[in-house]
Design a protein around this ligand. Structure first.
Ligand SMILES: *Cc1c(COP(=O)(O)O)cnc(C)c1O
Length: 483
């Protein structure tokens, strides 16, 4: 950059080093302040488009503005008007709560402007991504041939898995993919992107625990083979988004291998449970997969966007994606050096491995492991508390941090519509109170409240306080449904 102390004029896109530091320190201070006060504020804040439009309207200014005033606007009108997804009582969807070293790693990667598409342009960062991929490979129990890449998220990872499977199978004409009725929507979207028509998607029914039924899977594959279709990929859940259910991974793995079908596991949120003894037992068979989707931005406490696809045979991933155009001929540095662009969709890629590495180096793997284990325990304890309550009803066995339940007084004799109305109202009240945020889902048609306990900040008190509040709200709202 120009050196203003030597009298060189600043380019219009530059700032003085003093100004850069001052603004940078302010940004860090604001981020730390947010974390210091996170627990005291509401778990969620939003707004309608009508409210937000006038607040943020305006075209781009031609001239520079006052940076502090602009930061003030971002900090007052934009950034806080959102779910506090890392709030200790944000239990909705699949929450994420990044560690501070990970946030710093993300910031450093941006500040150092790392392009991680090719080895030529990022030797050290590429080597670090290999190191992190080796860690993940070992956690999954993949052989030495295993490897992968960090992606924008689980959706991208599922897409890369599907395309890898298709290419490895020689791009069959009538491909069919199998997932359970609890499978994630991103798998269907991947199929759509990859050109697999709706009739090539088979949703296999699940058992009482929301796990894929082996008999139904085998029957569907049989039927497709008989009809001349090409069973391509079985996608099993290792932590279904709805309930945390884990499909019978070892059995599906054995079946898939016997039939020569690619075995993919969607462990986007649940996969990192393998780091804990209990999770490892629950995910037995994960190492038999051909590919596994993982989302470090979920249960490994990383900032967005950090997803990952791991494959059993890295060569299959590279042969599915490698294309070397003339303008990248300088970037072919031989087999040893990995061009991560050859492993997926992106050429320009951010340096995602640094945050993961810094988080684990600075805080230790043990702390990450302990936080995952604690979530599992808290969900189980929440399940016990619900089962013991005369007014709450568990709708699925708690699994990998997820608890599905509803307010349903034992003596209430409420029908499905009344229960849905009541529980919707409870959800609204809890959200409006600011105490917590939870989401809802539908399990075999029944409306269910759902807690996803996945934040290293969440304590037993946070979980129990939320359940207490749900009970009180339910009692208060019961008259609305005429009881
Ligand atoms: C979150 C999730 C996805 C999608 O991952 P993104 O990171 O949101 O793209 C896929 N599958 C499961 C099971 C998930 O929980």
């Amino acid at each position: 950059m120009s050196n203003p102390s030597k009298g060189e004029p600043l380019n219009g896109l530059e700032m003085t080093p003093e100004e850069m530091r001052r603004l940078g320190y302010r940004v860090v201070d604001e981020m730390v302040k947010r974390w210091e006060t996170l627990r005291d504020g509401p778990a969620w804040e939003g707004g309608t488009r009508k409210e937000l439009e006038p607040l943020l309207a305006g075209g781009p200014p031609e001239a520079p503005g006052d940076p502090d005033a602009i930061l003030d606007r971002a900090l007052q009108d934009i950034l806080p008007r959102a779910g506090r997804i890392d709030h200790p009582r944000f239990f909705a969807f699949i929450p994420s709560s990044p560690t501070w070293p990970a946030v710093l790693g993300e910031t450093l990667a941006t500040g150092f402007n790392i392009f991680q598409g090719t080895w030529l342009e990022s030797a050290g960062p590429s080597q670090l991504e290999l190191v992190v991929m080796d860690w993940f490979r070992d956690w999954l129990g993949f052989p030495a041939t295993g490897g992968g890449l960090l992606t924008s998220g689980g959706s991208a990872a599922n897409l890369v898995a599907l395309v890898t499977a298709r290419e490895a199978a020689g791009a069959p004409a009538r491909p069919v993919l199998y997932l359970s009725d609890q499978g994630h929507s991103s798998v269907e979207r991947a199929a759509r992107i990859a050109g697999i028509p709706p009739e090539g998607i088979r949703k296999i029914p699940t058992d009482d625990g929301f796990r894929m039924r082996m008999d139904a899977l085998a029957a569907a594959v049989e039927e497709d083979r008989t009809a001349g279709r090409d069973p391509l990929l079985i996608c099993a859940n290792a932590g279904a988004t709805n309930t945390g259910a884990v499909d019978p991974l070892a059995e599906i793995g054995a079946f898939a291998r016997e039939r020569g079908i690619w075995f993919h596991i969607d462990g986007a949120y649940g996969g990192f449970a393998v780091l804990t003894p209990e999770g490892k037992a629950a995910l037995e068979g994960i190492g038999t997969a051909d590919s596994v989707t993982l989302d470090p931005h979920k249960w490994l406490f990383q900032p967005y966007e950090t997803g990952c696809l791991m494959v059993r045979d890295t060569r299959l991933l590279e042969s599915a994606f490698r294309i070397l155009p003339e303008y990248l001929q300088d970037a072919a540095l031989g087999e040893e050096q990995v061009n991560f662009a050859d492993r997926g969709v992106q050429l320009t890629r951010g340096f995602r491995a640094l945050k993961v590495w810094m988080s684990i180096q600075m805080l230790g793997l043990g702390a990450h492991r302990a936080a995952i284990a604690e979530s599992i325990v808290l969900a189980r304890d929440a399940g016990r508390r619900i089962a013991a309550s005369p007014v709450l009803e568990l709708l699925a066995p708690p699994s990998l941090g997820i608890v599905c339940f509803r307010f349903n007084p034992r003596a209430g004799n409420l029908d499905g519509d009344a229960l849905e109305h009541l529980n919707l109202r409870i959800q609204e009240e809890i959200l409006a109170s600011g105490l917590a945020m939870m989401s809802s889902t539908r399990l075999r048609g029944a409306f269910s409240l759902r807690l996803a306990i996945m934040n290293y900040r969440s304590t037993r008190e946070d979980v129990m306080r939320t359940l207490d509040a749900i009970e009180s709200a339910g009692h208060r709202l019961l008259p609305e449904v005429g009881r």
